[in-house]
Design a protein around this ligand. Structure first.
Ligand code: HEC
Length: 260
C-alpha cells in the first residue's frame, strides 16, 4: 500500500514539475549545451578534416579500399572509445599517440602491420586537443566491419590449419592458461588480465613474419576479440568484466581449430 502511495505522489509531482517548473528554462539550458557541443565539434572537425583526413578517411569506403593509407577515423574511434570511456583519458591517449606513435602504445596492431606506424608529426597542442575532443564526441555513423565480426572471415587453409611459429603457439597457450585459471573478483586484476591478453595478442599481430593470407587470418581472429580485450582493460564493472572474460575463453577455445 505504502508503495502505491509513493508511486502516486511521485507521478503527481512529475506532472507538477512539467507544468510549473518553467519549461522554457529547462529547454533553453539544454539548447545552450547542445549548441556549445556542436560549435566545439565544428572547430575541431574543421581541424580534423584539414590535418588528419589527409591520410585517414572519415569512414570506410569500400570503393576506395585500395587507396587507404591509414585506418578510417571511424575505426580509430571504435578502438579508442571502449579503451577510454572517460573523456579526459580518451583525449590524453589520442594526443599521446599522435605526439609519439609507437608499437608500445598502439591499440590497433592490425593497422600498424598493414600501414606501418603513423608518422610522427608535430601539431599545435591546443588544436590537437580540440581534434581529440571532437573524436570523442563526434558521431561518425557506423559501418559494420564485416571482417571483424566475431570470427567472420576465418577459414582453413585448403582444409588444413594455418601454421604458426611455435613461439606464437606458446604465447596463445599461455593466454589460454591465464584466462582459464583466472578467478579474481578484483576489478584491477581484471583490467590487468585484459592488458596481458592484449599485449600477447599484439606480439603475434605485429610479428614481421606473418604476411599475406596468413596474416589476414590472424587478424580476423584477434580483430574479432579486440573489443572484448579493450573493454576488459578499461571496465569498472565486475559484471561486465566477467562477460568479456567468458567470451575470450570461448573464442580462444576455437583458436586451435584454425591454427597450429
Ligand atoms: C601521414 C599520414 C597520417 C596523418 C596525417 C595522420 N595519421 Fe593517424 N594514422 C596514420 C596511420 C598509417 C595509422 C595506422 C598505424 C598506427 O596505428 O600507427 C594511424 C593511426 C592513428 C591512430 C590509431 C593509433 C593506434 O592505436 O594504433 C590515431 C589515434 C590517429 N592515427 C590519430 C590521428 C589524428 C588525430 C590525426 C590528425 C591530427 C592523424 N592521425 C593524422 C597515418 C596518419
Amino acid at each position: 500500500m505504502k508503495k502505491y502511495i509513493i508511486i502516486i505522489v511521485f507521478i503527481a509531482f512529475s506532472f507538477i514539475g512539467c507544468n510549473n517548473l518553467g519549461k522554457s528554462n529547462t529547454v533553453s539550458n539544454k539548447e545552450v549545451l547542445v549548441k556549445e557541443t556542436v560549435e566545439a565539434n565544428s572547430k575541431g572537425y574543421a581541424l580534423m578534416k584539414q590535418k588528419c583526413f589527409i591520410c585517414h578517411f572519415e569512414k570506410p569506403d569500400p570503393a576506395k579500399r585500395n587507396q587507404m593509407i591509414a585506418p578510417p577515423m571511424l575505426r580509430v574511434q571504435e578502438h579508442y572509445q571502449p579503451s577510454y570511456p572517460n573523456k579526459e583519458n580518451f583525449i590524453k591517449a589520442v594526443m599521446a599517440y599522435v605526439n609519439n606513435p609507437s608499437q608500445d602504445k598502439t591499440l590497433m596492431p592490425g593497422a600498424v602491420k598493414k600501414f606501418n606506424l603513423m608518422p610522427k608529426v608535430v601539431y599545435d597542442q591546443t588544436e590537437l586537443r580540440s581534434i581529440a575532443e571532437t573524436l570523442y564526441h563526434i558521431d561518425l555513423g557506423s559501418m559494420p566491419n564485416m571482417h571483424m565480426e566475431m570470427g567472420e572471415g576465418l577459414s582453413l587453409n585448403n582444409g588444413q590449419k594455418w601454421k604458426l611459429k611455435s613461439e606464437s603457439i606458446e604465447q596463445v597457450k599461455s593466454i589460454i592458461e591465464k584466462l582459464n585459471s583466472f578467478n579474481s573478483k578484483n576489478i584491477a586484476d581484471n583490467n590487468q588480465l585484459g592488458k596481458d591478453v592484449f599485449d600477447d595478442a599484439k606480439l603475434i599481430l605485429l610479428d614481421e613474419d606473418y604476411i599475406g593470407d596468413l596474416f589476414d587470418q590472424i587478424h580476423f581472429f584477434f580483430g574479432g576479440i579486440e573489443d572484448n580485450m579493450h573493454t576488459l582493460i578499461a571496465t569498472k564493472s565486475i559484471k561486465e568484466a566477467n562477460i568479456h572474460v567468458e567470451i575470450l575463453k570461448t573464442e580462444f577455445a576455437n583458436f586451435n581449430k584454425y591454427f597450429e
